[in-house]
Design a protein around this ligand. Structure first.
Ligand code: 5IU
Length: 278
């Protein structure tokens, strides 16, 4: 059967990339396909949110460069929380430069992303060299890292459509040891594939941003769909939720954050159970 009709557990047992395997295992163990996007600028809020949502998530998605008071201990603490509460870390860095530059951006600078992020992502726009550049760092790491390609975006008028998406999927197929899946809005197995392209063991994870239960969008082009649309109908594996959980106000209410995380976890898991039961 196609990957999205199999259980996360069966997929974990079969997956050959250690980061993908760890994520699928965690999803099965904690019964959650929820990733929370912690888009805040103060380190205190960052950790308050992570501690509130930790029991309900498989993945924490960061934009480490928006923290105004970042210091090296932040990523050390983040790693500690990840192992304590069993979740993975996804730095949403969206690399998009030549191979040599992305390798440096991934490994160096002040953030040293490859030291602590299990998963990162990249725009396919530079061509395969963006993958090989990042792989030169990620595949050397003793803890195997995984890369997601941005095959589609959730925003109005995004250029990631048609042949661009098809070519992104074709690129990923050439580097299956490191590319574990896509940021996309639907499954990609059929995209641009002739029968001979798809091998039985191909299992790309689909992580979908643009998920909300209450709002349809924001004032800056974001568009939201529900967990049922994203997971049951479109076959995505992980729902990425930011403001639906952390809110839009300046102050964080950890009780609300916790309740919303529980709500999205339940909705995401029910959408998955409905999918694999079909
Ligand atoms: N994000 C998107 N859409 C995309 C991609 C990334 O929303 O197509 I690629 C990121 C941006 C933000 C998070 O960090 O996912 C979604 O946050 P909200 O749930 O608050 O809209």
């Amino acid at each position: 059967p196609a990957p999205h009709l199999q259980s996360y557990k069966d997929r974990a047992d079969r997956h050959t990339n250690l980061a993908a395997r760890a994520l699928l295992r965690c999803m099965d163990a904690k019964k959650t396909n929820l990733a929370v996007s912690v888009d805040v600028t103060r380190t205190k809020d960052f950790f308050d949110i992570i501690e509130a949502v930790a029991p309900y998530v498989c993945l924490i998605k960061t934009h480490i460069d928006i923290l105004e008071d970042w210091e090296p201990s932040v990523t050390a603490k983040l790693q500690m929380l990840a192992s304590e509460h069993n979740f993975l870390i996804f730095e949403d860095r969206k690399f998009a430069d030549i191979g040599n530059t992305v390798a440096l951006q991934y490994s160096s600078g002040i953030y040293k992303i490859s030291d602590w992020a299990h998963i990162v992502n990249a725009h396919p726009v530079p061509g395969p060299s963006v993958i090989t550049g990042l792989a030169s760092v990620g595949m050397k790491s003793k803890e195997t890292r995984g890369l997601l390609l941005l095959a589609e975006m959730s925003t109005k008028g995004a250029l990631t459509t048609g042949n661009y998406t098809v070519d992104a999927v074709r690129m990923a197929r050439q580097y299956r040891e490191f590319v574990i899946g896509f940021i996309a809005q639907r499954r990609m197995e059929g995209v641009g594939a002739s029968e001979t392209d798809i091998t039985a063991e191909e299992d790309f994870l689909i992580l979908a941003p643009g998920v909300g239960l209450d709002a349809k969008g924001d004032a800056m082009g974001q568009q939201y769909r529900t967990p049922t649309e994203v997971v049951t109908e479109c076959g995505c594996d992980v729902i990425i939720v930011g403001r639906g959980i952390i809110g839009t106000g300046r102050d964080i209410d950890v009780e609300v954050v916790k309740r919303q995380a529980q709500r999205y976890q339940a909705a995401g898991w029910e959408a998955y159970e409905n999918r694999v039961a079909r």
